[in-house]
Design a protein around this ligand. Structure first.
Ligand code: AHR
Length: 502
């Protein structure tokens, strides 16, 4: 049996965990909005048309912040189309996804939904077809108390109180040739700077994120981040990273190492951001927002990618997740938590139907995909400070990695409640692992809960008829003695151990 050892110490803290890393994403595309969160006439829909089953699963999933309204959709979106009386809203072509947008759902509906779901909004402004003026108007419409053209317009739409929206993204994937009116780094850096200025002058206290690269594999990666930040460094708080994991080779060991690639991505973007700071002799630190991430590679071509004949809410990007995908999602969450000093926001993309942890049938049920479970665990138990870990484990060779650690783990300690949770991913495909975790300085521990996500079949899925194929069960092989926790981890398994002071 493999043996791995973790040592953590109460006083060795990486950083407090920013709960915004448990975000998700709702884009106007496919069946994410229409048939996902919003479906008037659905048996579970409320008076606003919000699906009650999806709301209940969203609460269980536990996202803290939700990005909206896109994505590629954003770069052709006029926010004015989605506010005001519904019967006066224009129907538009959505060039990004070859679809027809009815605009029956917009900013105010989203804010109502956000309240119902108990989450925070993360908005994005269109820097594709539009620019600073429209972004300024939009911020005024949403956040200004009253007495001006756009704040009064909001009031006339029935929203007397301003919306509380702090986090804003300056465009979406502006480096991508697929983006409506994509830009060079020079062009984007400039428009992001000027847009950020007018947004901040309109409303104080906003958190602003500039677009980083759409992927680490983009030809402009690195140079893009440097140039963009060199221009808008003073104006923004975050640089974004987008990361979609793929397993086209259908090779599990290599697939596992996409998690290590994410670690490299984070480390590199931090280095670039800090190089821009160094050039200015600035103590300011730009934080990372991984505002789109997930496994996505199957539903990525043809009619799964783009509507044909301008349909309304077609089935796009409806990735069916399997067990191995859930392990990747768990591993990615571990990496994000371990980088809590710089990763301060992240959004699993997306929430429902479109590469989502939640799946629905229009007019029918909603269910949890496999990836739902590690995310729900991380959000539920990821409170407090991330402890710096010393990990002693074996390694494997795959992809570009000569020595990828078999055990991926993180430990989060909440000084207020005294709870400490260990998340552990055994990446051995064939061997059990005996794990010893020394939680030094935390005092004698007592096990509160322990969960295991495992399946013998990497390709096992959940479906509407069998939602529990891949579901967590109680971890039976764990013991706590003093400050030490020992557990036996099944091969290729995700494990969560929640402890508190004895
Ligand atoms: O999440 C799906 C799409 O992926 C988003 O619209 C875009 O930003 C990214 O390319």
């Amino acid at each position: 049996m493999l043996k791995s050892r973790i040592i953590a110490d109460k006083d060795f803290v990486t950083a407090p965990l920013d709960r915004h890393i448990f975000g998700t994403f709702v884009e106007h595309m496919g069946r994410c909005v229409y048939g996902g969160i919003y479906e008037p006439g659905h048996p579970t829909a409320d008076a606003s048309g919000f699906r009650g089953d999806v709301l209940a699963l969203t609460r269980e999933l536990g996202p803290t912040i939700v990005r909206y309204p896109g994505g590629n959709f954003l770069s052709g979106y006029d926010w004015e189309d989605g506010v005001g009386p519904k019967d006066e809203r224009p129907v538009r072509l959505d060039l990004a996804w070859g679809s027809t947008e009815t605009n029956q759902f917009g900013t105010n509906e989203f804010m109502d939904w956000v309240k119902a779901a108990g989450v925070e909004p993360m908005f994005a402004v269109n820097l594709g077809t539009r620019g600073p003026a429209e972004a300024q108007n939009f911020v005024e419409y949403c956040t200004h108390p009253g007495g001006t053209k756009y704040s009064e317009l909001r009031k006339s739409h029935g929203y007397v109180e301003p919306h509380d929206i702090k986090f804003w993204c300056l465009g979406n994937e502006m480096d991508g040739p697929w983006q409506t009116c994509g830009k060079t780094a020079q062009e984007y850096g400039r428009i992001a700077t000027e847009t950020a200025k007018v947004m901040r002058w309109t409303k104080e206290g906003l958190s602003l994120a500039a677009c980083g690269s759409s992927a680490r594999t983009m030809p402009t990666y690195g140079a893009w981040e440097y140039e963009v930040l060199d221009q808008c460094f003073e104006q923004v708080d975050f640089i974004s990273l987008h990361q979609y994991f793929e397993n086209d080779e259908n090779e599990i060991d290599r697939f596992f190492t996409v998690i290590d690639d994410l670690e490299s991505f984070i480390v590199e973007v931090v280095a670039i951001a800090d190089a821009v700071a160094a050039k200015r002799r600035s103590a300011k630190r730009i934080m990372l927002s991984i505002d789109e991430w997930n496994v996505w590679y199957r539903a990525r071509s043809g009619e799964q990618l783009r509507g044909v004949g301008w349909p309304q809410a077609p089935s796009l990007l409806e990735e069916i997740y399997n067990f191995e995908d859930a392990l990747i999602v768990g591993g990615a969450l571990i990496v994000m938590m371990n980088n809590a000093d710089r990763v301060k926001a992240a959004c699993i993309a997306q929430l429902v139907n479109v590469i989502g942890p939640i799946m629905t049938e229009t007019g029918g049920p909603a269910w949890r995909q496999t990836i739902f479970h590690p995310f729900a665990h991380a959000s539920r138990y990821g409170h407090g400070e991330v402890l710096r870990l010393n990990i002693d484990t074996g390694s494997f060779k795959a992809g570009n990695h000569d020595a990828a650690p078999l055990l991926l783990a993180t430990a989060v300690h909440d000084p207020e409640t005294g709870r400490a949770t260990v998340f552990a991913l055994n990446r051995s495909t064939d061997q059990e692992m005996e794990l010893t975790a020394e939680l030094r300085g935390l005092g004698d521990r007592r096990l509160v809960e322990a969960h295991e996500l495992h399946h013998h079949d990497f390709k096992a899925i959940n479906s509407k008829d069998d939602e529990h194929q891949v579901s967590p069960v109680r971890h039976e092989r764990v013991a706590v003695d003093g400050e030490a926790l020992t557990a036996t981890l099944k091969p290729h398994s995700w494990n969560v151990f929640v402890t508190e002071r004895a």
